[in-house]
Every structure is written in structure tokens, then in C-alpha cells.
Design a protein around this ligand. Structure first.
Ligand code: CMC
Length: 389
């Protein structure tokens, strides 16, 4: 007792070994299984990255095809799941619905709950990867009161998601390939990020022997907060609140004021003390999407660029090595695609599911112990109940 390291926020504690993702925060490097994120974003699609995260190598053509086909076999959800949606208010936050319905998958797939069985784990992974976009799109449709759209297996992963989000049974819908490509990029850029708060939550939940669906639901809950996955939603809310370029200085001053809890959303990162490499790719994709949609003069984008410039030249942000992170530009892209702000974190969760699953799978297929952090107790010493001896 008393010999434990006190490390609030786990700033200097490695809780596990992992071969999946490497981050060099000082130099802005992110590698998945050794491959730089920029190269994966340029050359791969999301399902190929998913395969890489799970298996450690890029797939050859036959392996890639088999993987894609198997994902397509699992895109539908059980019809009874509709009843879960009906139990929610229409104005429920979609992350609240996702916490519930993803956890509820445990009630449907009793045949893939045994974590000691490699085959069961594999099928659970396919189920999660394939069903997340279906469930995410259902949240959106439910909020509108529109019919749920069944997945279309002739479309790729990102196209199918956009289809389920925006199509309706009454008219033709064609997926815009530029927007689908951007969506796929967003999925790739959010696929994994080693031991962040939600991934650590999934590992901790998994270390108790909880089933994979319950573990992923715990990750979704942890992701929801504005300091983590909720930041993309918070960036848009912030830009809307700033409202006009003339007010940027005022908000930057607020972010620097220690008596004001306001922070620049989409800025700063626990690990990156340099540019977040994902933010660079995201910025490029943002320009592509706005050009495609004829929104190059979008006031929101202009404001974001000006804010970025002012912050990057400001002593406060320079000294603390605060750079734009992945969420700074993703919200602008998603908004331009037509995705409502409340769905932004759901999209992060959909993309991160494969990272969470890969970490859970890595942990349960090696020797591991239940996660059990210790504490520094600062409460009362022992005392007697009033009136008793
Ligand atoms: N605006 C203003 N000041 C900031 C900001 C910011 N966005 N981020 C950090 N700081 C300051 C902070 O006040 C502190 O200053 P001082 O040393 O004078 O007390 C210093 O920079 C270090 O910050 P910290 O809070 O100790 O850093 P952390 O590693 O605990 O927090 C963070 C990292 C991401 C939670 C934080 O930077 C933040 O709140 N950023 C805004 C939210 C955000 O964009 N989150 C998305 C993260 S990337 C996506 C993901 O992985 O989820």
C-alpha cells in the first residue's frame, strides 16, 4: 500500500502493450500497423484500413474481396430492433440512442459472445462493423420521422451510409462520388487512435469479460463527451456562436482567459504537440467537398480558416503547442454534406468501432488481467458512527 504511482489523467502510464497504432505526438506522426495515416488516406478505403487494423497486414485482392463480401452479409439489423428506436423520443440525441441500441445487440447475438472463441470474435467484429452505419442512419431517419432505409449491398461502405441517410422510398437517389469519397476519408481518419479515453474504456470493460457489444457501447458512451468525440459537434456550435469574423479575436481572448471556462474547440490534443496529421488531410478534403458543392465562399469555412490563422500566430497557443486537431475541419465537411450536427459524434463512433474492436480483440487474444486502477485516498481516516462506540 502507498507505493502506487499517482498519475491523474493517465498522462504517463502505459496500461497495455499494443501492435496496432503508433503516435509520435511531438512530430505529428500517426501510423497504423506501420503505415502513415496520410498514405492510407490517399491509397486505401475504410474497409481496407479496417482489415489492416484487425489483421496487421493489408489484404491481397482475394482477402479484401472476401472481407468486403462478409461485411455486406451483416449489414441488416434484426427487425425487432425497430422497437428499440420507437421507445425513444424523436428529439433524443442520436448518441443516446446509439449507446442503447449497440448495447442491445448483445440481446440478439448470443452466438458471438464468447470471447475465448476466435471464430465467435471474428463474427462479432463483422457484425459491429457492418451494422454501425445501418444503426447510425436509423437514428437520423427516426429523428425525421421518415422510414428506415434498408442497406444496399451493391454500394460501397461510405456510399451505402449516405444512401441510408438521405434516400427515401419515394424517389431515385444517386450518391455523389465526391461526397462518398470524403465520407470514406472521414471514416479512415477516425478509425483508430491507440489508448484514447474511449478505447481505454473499451479495454477496461473488456478486461472484466463483458461481451463485445457491451464493450463497444461503453466506448460510445465515453466518446460522447465534448473533450473527446463530441468536439466535432462543439466546433460547429462554437463557429455558429462566434457568428462573424469580426468576433474571432474576442473568442480567442476568452479561450486564453483562465477565469473563463471557454476553450477553442478543435484545438489542442493530449498527445499531439504538433499538427495533428489527420487535421491536415481533413483540411484538404474539406476544400474538395466545398468546391464540389460550390461552397468555396462558405462563411463558416472562412471563419474557421481565419480562426486557425489567428490562433496559430498567438503566443498563448504557440507556447502550449495547441494546434488544430482532427475535429476542427470534419464538422464543416459533414455539415456541407448535409449531415445534422447532432449526428457528427455518431459518425466518429461508427468509424472508431473498428479501432475499439481491434483493441478489444488484441487484448482478449493475449494474456491480460482485469483493469483495476488504484487511487490516492484523501478522505476521512476511520471514525465512529455518531453516538456509537
Ligand atoms: N483552448 C484554450 N486553451 C487550451 C485548449 C483549448 N482548446 N486546450 C488546451 N488548452 C490549454 C489549457 O488551458 C492548459 O493551459 P495551462 O497550462 O495554462 O493551464 C494547457 O493548454 C494544457 O491543456 P490541458 O487541458 O492540460 O491538456 P489535456 O491534454 O489535458 O487536454 C484536450 C487535451 C484535447 C482535452 C484539450 O486540448 C481540449 O479541451 N481541447 C478542446 C476539445 C477538443 O478539441 N477535443 C478533441 C480532441 S481530438 C479528438 C479526439 O481524440 O477525441
Amino acid at each position: 500500500e502507498g507505493l502506487f504511482t499517482y498519475d491523474p489523467g493517465f498522462v504517463s502510464t502505459s496500461a497495455c502493450e499494443s501492435k496496432i497504432t503508433y503516435i509520435d505526438g511531438a512530430n505529428g506522426v500517426l501510423l497504423h500497423r506501420g503505415y502513415p495515416i496520410e498514405q492510407l488516406a490517399e491509397n486505401s478505403d475504410y474497409l481496407e484500413v479496417a482489415y489492416l487494423l484487425l489483421h496487421g497486414e493489408l489484404p491481397n485482392e482475394a482477402e479484401g474481396q472476401r472481407f468486403r463480401d462478409t461485411v455486406k452479409n451483416h449489414t441488416m439489423i434484426h427487425e425487432q430492433m425497430r422497437h428499440f428506436f420507437n421507445g425513444f423520443r424523436r428529439d433524443a440525441h442520436p448518441m443516446a440512442i446509439m449507446c442503447g441500441v449497440v448495447g442491445a445487440l448483445s440481446a440478439f447475438y448470443h452466438d458471438t459472445m464468447d470471447m475465448t472463441d476466435e471464430k465467435e470474435r471474428e463474427v462479432a467484429g463483422f457484425r459491429l462493423l457492418a451494422k454501425m452505419p445501418t444503426l447510425g442512419a436509423m437514428c437520423h431517419k427516426y429523428s425525421l420521422g421518415q422510414p428506415f432505409m434498408y442497406p444496399r449491398n451493391d454500394l460501397n461502405y461510405a456510399e451505402n451510409f449516405l444512401y441510408m441517410m438521405f434516400a427515401n422510398p419515394c424517389e431515385e437517389y444517386e450518391v455523389n462520388p465526391v461526397l462518398a469519397k470524403a465520407m470514406d476519408r472521414i471514416f479512415i481518419l477516425h478509425a483508430d487512435h491507440e489508448q484514447n479515453a474511449s478505447t481505454s474504456t473499451v479495454r477496461l470493460a473488456g478486461s472484466t469479460g463483458a461481451n463485445p457489444f457491451a464493450c463497444i457501447a461503453s466506448g460510445i458512451a465515453a466518446l460522447w463527451g465534448p473533450a473527446h468525440g463530441g468536439a466535432n459537434e462543439a466546433v460547429l456550435a462554437m463557429l455558429e456562436e462566434i457568428g462573424d469574423e469580426s468576433r474571432i479575436e474576442e473568442f480567442v481572448a476568452r479561450a486564453k482567459d483562465k477565469d473563463d471556462p471557454f476553450r477553442l474547440m478543435g484545438f489542442g490534443h493530449r498527445v499531439y504537440k504538433n499538427f495533428d496529421p489527420r487535421a491536415k488531410v481533413m483540411r484538404e478534403t474539406c476544400h474538395e467537398v466545398l468546391k464540389e458543392l460550390g461552397l468555396e465562399n462558405d462563411p463558416m469555412l472562412k471563419m474557421a480558416q481565419k480562426l486557425e490563422k489567428i490562433a496559430l500566430e498567438d503566443e498563448y497557443f504557440i507556447e502550449r503547442k495547441l494546434y488544430p486537431n482532427v475535429d476542427f475541419y470534419s464538422g464543416i465537411i459533414l455539415k456541407a454534406i448535409g449531415i445534422p450536427v447532432s449526428m457528427f459524434t455518431v459518425i466518429f463512433a461508427m468509424a472508431r468501432t473498428i479501432g475499439w474492436f481491434a483493441h478489444w480483440n488484441e487484448m482478449v487474444s493475449t494474456n491480460y488481467r482485469i483493469g483495476r486502477p488504484r487511487q490516492l485516498y484523501t478522505g476521512y481516516t476511520q471514525r465512529d458512527y455518531p453516538g456509537k462506540k
